[in-house]
Design a protein around this ligand. Structure first.
Ligand SMILES: [Zn+2]
Length: 252
């Protein structure tokens, strides 16, 4: 038995005995589906840095430019499909008494895969928010008929419902994520760099509350030394393997 198989065995035992499971996902699981990172891109936007467009200052200065960039991103993401990892997580919703996905991703791929309990820490690129009233609406149509989009009820600009550089996370969303993290008996951390706070602190909160931490990543992160199990590899490969073994363990 390889080291990886040994760890997978132990994680399956953990999961088979758990009633409350939380999952934290980051850019890695989206990248496996082909969602671009939108940094260091070629082409149309090569002279812009994400950090110079995804900010409240950029939007104030030139909302049309920021919206054009978001439309380009929405257009690219529209054609992307969830991968096997997303699909396993959608299925796990019915495999545990309590199950939730907390994600740093804004692409909506967990939704698209069928997950119902998803906490989107950084918002969702398919949602628009009125800058005056704060009302949020999901509009999957791309390109949008008018740029920049205007709120139909009050006429103010609408912005992408995402958290920009320099902005704080919605405290209610973060509070819910922290609550889910602390309640879980196991937290599976997938494809995160372990560097983006406050998301990166959630596994530590979970561990302090007694959860076992399972990390799945192509390479080690700052979290790895603290994780109870590190499974090196892609979410789209490791999760289906875990899922298959979990079903076998439960059938036995
Ligand atoms: Zn409005």
């Amino acid at each position: 038995m390889t080291m990886l198989e040994h760890h997978i065995d132990e994680v399956v035992t953990l999961l088979a005995g758990a009633r409350r499971v939380a999952v934290l996902t980051g850019a890695g699981i989206s990248a496996e589906s082909g969602v671009p990172t939108f940094r260091g891109q070629d082409g149309l936007w090569k002279h812009y840095r994400a950090e110079s467009l995804a900010t409240p200052e950029a939007f104030e200065r030139d909302p049309a430019l920021v919206w054009e960039w978001y439309e380009w991103r929405r257009g690219l993401i529209a054609s992307v499909e969830p991968n096997a990892g997303h699909r396993v997580l959608a299925g796990w919703e019915d495999a545990f008494e309590e199950f939730a996905v907390i994600t740093q991703n804004v692409d909506g791929l967990h939704d698209k895969a069928g997950s119902r309990t998803v906490v989107e820490l950084h918002g969702n690129i398919w949602k628009l928010r009125c800058t005056r009233e704060g009302t949020v609406e999901e509009i999957r149509e791309t390109p949008l008929p008018h740029l920049p989009p205007i709120c139909p009820s009050c006429g103010a600009l609408r912005r992408p419902h995402v958290v920009w550089f320099g902005e704080a996370l919605d405290p209610a969303v973060l509070g819910r994520a922290a609550e889910i993290s602390r309640a879980g008996q196991v937290m599976v951390v997938l494809g995160t760099s372990g560097l983006v706070h406050p998301a990166a602190s959630l596994p530590y909160a979970a561990a302090r509350a007694g959860a076992k931490i399972v990390e799945v990543n192509v390479e080690p992160t700052p979290l790895t030394p603290q994780a109870d199990h590190f499974l090196p590899g892609k979410a789209g490969e490791i999760l289906p393997a875990l899922d298959r073994r979990l079903r076998e363990a439960r059938a036995a």
